[in-house]
Ligand binder design. Structure first.
Ligand code: FA5
Length: 348
């Protein structure tokens, strides 16, 4: 038994050294065959059991089995080490983890959408509700109810796409004033963003499809000062704290008095000058036009069943793309309609 044990010891030591030397799968397999194979070294040791006294044989068999199990575990571990060494080598050969990754351009909110969202958020903060309505409207909501009967010359200002004799693509968002007032009793405070359509020739400042943000506040005791305060706040929200607003007398059949609303040019900060040159954004006038506004006309209040002696209100409608021209210092309104990723990325 002592002789067998020392033989086994010698075999396991040489096996361990051979495993350590094996540096690929093929060499490891040769070691396995040489030691654990049918005609391998362990088999030779096992044969020596027959020469032992019968009482020692079971113990000798157990010792050899334990040694074989340990050798198999060692082989298994060596396989694992070879595999992970091969994987590391593959990584080192094929992947440079310091190589800069490919940049995938992230999308961004379209500037027109962003102006709409920021404008609405400003009014929502002041207690207004956001409402949206149909883009194809009967002429009743678009014109008649807004104090523009069919023979009124103001209709010519809204050169429209007609779908039938009475249905058209809305040329402004003001129909939402009528829809809202007919559905709700005062006080009401809404902002209505949306698409508008006009048969305007397309140029650097005109599109045939554009967006407006409409606002309407009707309650008791509402006056022009409230309108001025809210629109000044909106301009400061969109363009910065230095903005001011001015109202120029104008005419809309659905408001009285009516005004065109301007804000101080954000590029020249209302000076009209860039250095010694006249500002190219406002043409040196120091003001940028935003849209129309005014006090809701008594005829409109009467049309929707409000008592004009009790209630008063204001409304405004701004062109969103025009706001975008100023805010992003863009020279041509048509750029907002092209899905040019380079242009959009600059504004994001
Ligand atoms: C109106 O549409 C009135 N509904 C605004 C209003 C609402 C007045 C409530 C009073 C009370 P106007 O036609 O001026 O007004 O258009 C308002 C704005 O829409 C313009 O100042 C401009 O910014 C924008 N706009 C008009 N036509 C176009 C167009 N073809 N392309 C791009 N923007 C336009």
């Amino acid at each position: 038994m002592t002789e067998l044990a020392s033989k086994l010891d010698d075999v396991t030591q040489r096996f361990a050294a051979a495993v350590d030397r094996a540096n690929d799968e093929q060499a490891l397999e040769s070691v396995r065959v040489a030691y654990l194979g049918r005609n391998g070294e362990v088999t030779a040791v096992r044969r020596a059991i027959g020469a032992l006294p019968p009482g020692e044989r079971p113990e000798a068999g157990r010792v050899i089995n334990d040694a074989v199990a340990a050798m198999e575990r060692r082989l298994q571990a060596a396989h694992g080490e070879l595999e992970s060494r091969a994987f590391d080598a593959e990584l080192a050969a094929s992947i440079d983890v310091t190589f800069p990754s490919i940049r995938r351009p992230a999308g961004s909110i379209h500037p027109v959408r962003r102006i709409i969202e920021e404008s609405c958020a400003y009014f929502v903060r002041h207690g207004f509700a956001v409402v949206v309505g149909p883009e194809a409207e009967p002429d009743y909501y678009t014109f008649d109810a807004l104090n523009i009967p069919s023979d009124h010359p103001a209709r010519e200002g809204f050169d429209s796409f007609w779908i039938s004799d009475t249905l058209l693509l809305r040329p402004h968002t003001s129909p939402m004033q009528i829809r809202t007032m007919q559905q709700h009793r005062p006080p009401i405070a809404i902002v209505a963003p949306g698409k508008c359509f006009r048969r305007d020739a397309v140029d650097a400042r005109h599109l045939f499809q554009f967006h407006q943000v409409e606002g309407l506040l009707v309650a008791e005791g509402i006056n022009f000062g409230h309108l001025k305060g809210m629109l000044t706040g909106l301009c400061r929200e969109l363009f910065g704290a230095q903005q001011n607003v001015r109202f120029r007398p104008s005419y809309f059949p659905f408001t009285e008095p009516s005004a065109e609303v301007d804000t101080t040019c954000p590029k020249c900060k209302g000076t009209g000058l860039l250095g010694s040159q006249s500002c190219n954004m406002c043409g040196g006038s120091a003001w940028i036009e935003l849209g129309g506004a005014g006090m809701v006309h008594p005829s409109v209040l009467t049309e929707v069943g409000y008592d004009p002696d009790r209630y008063s209100g204001w409304a405004f409608g701004f062109g969103v793309e025009r706001l975008g021209l100023t805010r992003y210092e863009v020279d041509d309104i048509r750029r907002f309609t092209k899905s040019d990723p380079n242009f959009l990325a600059q504004l994001s």
